[in-house]
Write a protein that binds this ligand. Structure first.
Ligand SMILES: [Zn+2]
Length: 446
């Protein structure tokens, strides 16, 4: 155990970056904009969460009990939900008390907003009553954010594409914030998830990491040395929200059907990011463990270099993808990324949606892409961006214009990165649609 605790720190700092793919809505609008099941679906009526919960309290009690049984049967290292958190129907209680009981039964942050809003698609700028970040998120706004939220109210009509794409970003707005017992929150101590397995418990954003990353294909050696890396609950969240979506569709609450579907697909989309699916892209388990061993005998250089490289590569990839997509929208000119995202051709080349899809298809593919991607980033980026410990993620990054900087460099290296990124966006699109097809398949009336 004495070996393991420092290894937690190695892995923890490698995983401080919980986000993937910048703003998911930006890519999700493109992924679904040509999918007939979405664009041909009727507009839906906006409904507050409290109204949905009041109407479906009995069916939700049964569903949440079945989710717990599923998790116990299917997830490794799953900590059972404490019995007192089970959702039990009680028509006499207030909307506020019922809402809290629902969020705590899911074991998500009880101060999650679930506001009525949608994110504006930058390809179709709309104006309206803008909501501040604090109205939709319980986390501080990230510097340089371009997210734009417009308010909705009960009874409004809205296209499913807007609900679905907007909801794919929602879990990064604090749903999985401080759920661990060492996170010093009012709820972490009662949720029963235990201590934070990786990521830095002292960093607010980092507390979400074990719900948004999953290391499902690491080496046996690494699992033996660091078994806690298997304690991630991305698969739990995906299942919880996909089954909630199907229940909402089945019971006539289409707004919540599309919204829960988006919430579920966020976790799938995170897993298409190789830096969320692989502990150390491009690095062998032997190297990771050697770095740790050297650090323990007073030579921390290799470990801190690795940690920096992984965190910065992850961040720069997300940054590059976001800048490319925002520029394409501003110019109204598609790049290879947009084309890959809405291309439906490869959807049928994957197996039908099942409980195994995330592990066997999405994670396998992302892990395979990890090493070539790490190499392409290293070739395309100015070396200091990935290796210089004095360039931090704060002030320096807020002013960074990555596209401008990369345009000064060798074009062929960047073309290689663009090709890999377009392929990853193709995966994001195809898997998001296949996940949605699975949800819709399970949404038919029984
Ligand atoms: Zn995420």
């Amino acid at each position: 155990m004495r070996f393991l605790r420092p290894l937690v720190l190695l892995l923890g700092l490698a995983c401080a970056q919980a986000h993937a793919w910048g703003n998911h809505s930006l890519a999700a609008y493109r992924a679904f904009e040509r999918m007939p099941e979405v664009v041909n679906a009727s507009t839906v009526t906006v409904e507050p969460l409290e109204t949905f919960l009041r109407a479906e309290e009995g069916t939700l009690e049964a569903l949440l009990a079945s989710q717990e049984a599923w998790a116990l049967a299917h997830l490794e290292k799953y900590p059972p939900r404490p019995a007192e958190l089970a959702f039990t129907a009680d028509p006499a209680r207030s909307d506020e008390v019922r809402r809290l009981a629902f969020l705590m039964a899911l074991r998500v942050a009880p101060n999650s907003k679930f506001a009525l809003y949608f994110q504006v698609d930058p390809w179709n700028p709309l104006s309206g009553a803008a909501l501040p970040h604090a109205a939709v998120s319980n986390l501080p706004e990230l510097p340089g954010s371009s997210d734009k939220y417009l308010a909705l109210k009960a009874g409004d009509q809205i296209p499913p594409l807007s609900v679905l794409a907007s909801a794919t970003e929602e879990p990064d707005n604090g749903l999985d914030y401080k759920l661990w017992e060492d996170n010093l929150s009012d709820w972490g101590g009662i949720y029963g998830f235990g201590t934070q397995p990786f990521g830095n418990p002292a960093l607010a954003y980092s507390s979400q990491a074990p719900f948004h990353m999953a290391f499902l294909h690491e080496s046996r050696m690494l699992y033996l040395a660091a078994p806690f890396i298997q304690r991630s609950f991305l698969l739990l969240r995906s299942h919880q929200f996909s089954t909630l979506a199907s229940l909402a569709f089945r019971t006539g609450h289409a707004y919540w059907g599309w919204r829960f579907a988006g919430l579920s697909l966020h976790y799938l989309q995170d897993l298409t990011q190789p830096y969320n699916a692989s502990l150390a892209p491009g690095q062998s388990s032997t190297k990771l463990l050697s770095a740790q061993a050297l650090s323990l005998v007073g030579m921390p250089g290799m470990k801190s270099d690795l940690r920096l490289l992984i965190a910065k590569s992850h961040r720069m990839l997300d940054r590059y993808q976001t800048e490319l997509m925002l520029r394409a929208a501003a110019r109204q000119q598609e790049t290879g990324l947009e084309k890959a995202l809405h291309n439906l051709d490869r959807d049928r080349s994957y197996p039908d949606w099942s409980d195994h899809y995330l592990r066997d298809v999405v994670s396998t593919q992302a892990v395979r892409a990890a090493a070539p991607l790490a190499q392409a980033l290293m070739s395309a980026m100015p070396p200091a961006y990935l290796l210089d410990p004095d360039l931090d993620f704060g002030a320096w990054e807020a002013d960074l214009r990555l596209l401008d900087e990369l345009s000064k460099r060798e074009g062929s290296e960047r073309a290689r990165l663009d090709t890999l990124l377009a392929e990853l966006m193709g995966n994001f699109g195809a898997h998001s649609r296949n996940g949605l097809r699975g949800i819709l398949r399970d949404s038919s009336p029984l």
